[in-house]
Design a protein around this ligand. Structure first.
Ligand SMILES: Cc1cc2nc3c(=O)[nH]c(=O)nc-3n(C[C@H](O)[C@H](O)[C@H](O)COP(=O)(O)O)c2cc1C
Length: 266
């Protein structure tokens, strides 16, 4: 047996290979981290603009997204009161709107609450007490707000944004940025034609109960301001979307915040 084939030599080569590979992999992770964070932030900002009806993929590029998103202020809403958190409250809670991660907060016992099963129509189990909202002001008035929403469909939790006009009632758009529904069936929630139906619909009945409803596919009266047609062949995903919108527009969600917007101020 040559010196090269000795057990000692084989182990040294294997160890060296492990060290070199792990340095390369962890080096790449460290070097790429800022780029990943930047891309994640860009994707989030773009999705906010999509929901708000301010994005056209044919016309708009990265700098458009960055510049337009700058006009939005990111705020934290206390869902119990429907008011924005003050700087002091944010400090006391140790949270900062610039870095707040609502999905992570929903797992933190100090920042979240268990949703009682009877009320959990969106099947989310826990929810963050504070929600991130994106607010666009124009001429000193709230022009539109973009609200994060999520809930279970057939196979997955759908995460998205619902944009509402400054009147706290008229929907501008609904878009999902993450889900695992079947392409061509539940995945049709991403179809621009289906999404276009949401624009102009009303959320609340005169008594401020949630009126907006996703019907069974083909059953909606499209002239009804509260009806959105469900997806044909994907009733279960449609029911999931109906429930998640009702949940987040309801008492556990943004109802108090949007009532304040409707009344003219938060
Ligand atoms: C492979 C496969 C994937 C499916 N994916 C979905 C889906 O993503 N969303 C959905 O609502 N239904 C999906 N379905 C259909 C449901 O099982 C169910 O039949 C449907 O939601 C009923 O809708 P309909 O009453 O409009 O036909 C899928 C069915 C199969 C066989």
């Amino acid at each position: 047996m040559s010196h090269k084939d000795s057990l000692k030599h084989t182990i040294i080569v294997a160890l060296l290979l492990c060290v070199v590979c792990s340095v390369l992999v962890s080096g790449a992770a460290v070097v790429l981290k800022p780029l990943q964070t930047e891309n994640k932030e860009y994707a989030r900002n773009r999705d906010v603009l999509v929901a708000a009806g301010l994005y056209d993929p044919a016309k708009h590029d990265k700098s458009y997204v960055e510049d337009t998103f700058k006009a939005f202020s990111v705020k934290l809403v206390d869902l119990q009161t429907g008011s924005y958190l003050t700087a002091e409250e944010e400090q006391q809670l140790g949270i900062d709107p610039a870095t707040y991660d609502q999905r992570r907060a929903a797992k933190d016992p100090a920042l979240s609450e268990r949703v009682p099963p009877k009320e959990d129509i969106a099947v989310i189990k826990r929810q963050a007490k504070y929600a991130m909202v994106y607010v666009l002001e124009k001429d000193g008035r709230i022009d539109r707000v973009v609200l994060p929403v999520h809930g279970y469909g057939l196979w997955s939790t759908l995460y998205g944004f619902l944009a509402v006009e400054g009147d706290g009632d008229t929907i501008l758009g609904l878009t999902f940025y993450e889900h695992g529904e079947t392409p061509g069936l539940g995945g049709e929630v991403d179809n621009p034609k289906w999404k276009a139906q949401w624009s102009g619909k009303s959320i609340y009945l005169p008594d401020h109960q949630v009126g907006i409803t996703v019907t069974k596919g083909g059953a909606a009266d499209l002239s009804d301001p509260y009806e959105v047609d469900g997806l044909s062949g994907a009733t279960l995903t449609s029911v999931g979307v109906d429930h998640l919108v009702k949940y987040w527009m309801g008492e556990n969600g943004f109802s108090r915040y949007l009532a304040k917007l409707q009344a003219g101020g938060v």
